[in-house]
Ligand binder design. Structure first.
Ligand code: AMP
Ligand code: FE
Ligand code: FE
Ligand code: ZN
Length: 293
């Protein structure tokens, strides 16, 4: 039965509330999903409550903005203690970087002659804790400047485009350590999208495995069959857990990837749970409540 270990709610750049997301997954007959909002655990409580009544498994997670050898890398962290101080401090730094980038993006767009303000963006970003380019894209769509999020990224927001602005990201190796200290496990998200395999080659993944990385997201909509086969072989050689997920961001225009589009084997999720249990025991942390059937 399908287990989708990478989804977003409106607490970051998804379009559905955590409850709506969990209920949508339940209606599809998924066994479990992980809620992995960007850089925040704010949606966990609502998602856990919804999962209990919908009788679906819920893995608490987040997708942390990191940097490795100069390149942006997304790190999925599961089962961390959400109140672990050093992790919270670093997440606050990332969220601050997201907020302080917004005026700079808006200024660039205004320089291009587009009538947009930070208020316009905050108007469409609703209950997010992690302000991001997708919200700027939504504002551009609402103003009729762009067709959809993809169009906004292509024209303005992707690296190399005129309104792109960089922001703070955590050091990847340090973050893998912090996640372990927080009683959780780390999985590299979509390692071969955008930045490509240039930075995260087999050697780099080996180094990261030796620093405590638990797994690699092999089955992701942005990976073609060839990439998946190569990544699967590398992960197997390094004894890394192999996950599969959709990276779902909601219905409609924001939906690049369908919920449940890829799945993680139950045996691989069990490995993650066992590794998180060992990490939590080593740091004497109880970890967050986990709904699982
Ligand atoms: P940010 O968090 O501000 O760095 O923006 C990155 C987020 O934008 C990613 O997590 C994706 O969800 C989203 N994104 C990146 N490229 C695209 C695209 N071409 N179309 C829609 N969303 C995108
Ligand atoms: Fe996103
Ligand atoms: Fe990502
Ligand atoms: Zn994601």
């Amino acid at each position: 039965m399908p287990i989708d270990l990478h989804t977003h709610s409106d607490r970051s750049d998804g379009t559905q509330s955590p409850r709506e997301l969990v209920n949508a997954a339940s209606r599809l007959g998924l066994d479990a999903i992980a809620l992995t909002d960007h850089d925040t655990t704010e949606g966990w409580e609502e998602a856990l409550t919804a999962a209990r009544s919908a009788d679906i498994g819920l893995v608490p997670g987040l997708e942390i903005s990191c940097r490795y050898l100069g390149a942006g890398v997304h790190l999925l962290a599961y089962f961390v203690d959400p109140d672990f101080g050093p992790l919270l401090t670093e997440l606050d730094r990332i969220l601050d970087g997201r907020n302080s980038r917004l005026p700079a993006i808006v200024e660039r767009l205004r320089d291009l002659g587009i009538d947009i303000s930070a208020k316009d963006v905050r108007h469409v970003s609703g209950s997010t804790a992690a302000m991001g380019r997708p919200h700027v894209a939504d504002a551009l769509v609402a103003k009729g400047v762009c067709r959809d999020r993809d169009d906004a990224f292509r024209q303005y927001l992707s690296p190399g485009r005129p309104a792109y602005v960089d922001r703070y990201a955590a050091d990847l190796v340090e973050m893998i350590g912090l996640v372990g200290e927080a009683g959780g496990v780390s999985v590299i998200a979509h390692p071969w999208t955008r930045i490509g395999g240039a930075v995260l080659d087999d050697q780099a993944l080996g180094t990261l495995a030796s620093k405590g990385l638990a797994g690699v997201e092999v089955d992701h909509p942005d990976h073609d069959e060839h990439a998946r086969a190569r990544l699967r072989r590398i992960a197997t050689d390094l004894d890394l857990v192999i996950t599969g997920s959709s990276d779902y961001h909601g219905e409609g225009k924001a939906s690049r990837f369908a919920l449940g589009a890829n799945s993680t084997a139950r045996s691989e999720l069990d490995r993650l749970i066992a590794l998180a249990g060992a990490a939590a025991a080593a740091t004497r942390r109880s970890g967050p409540p986990v709904v699982f059937r």
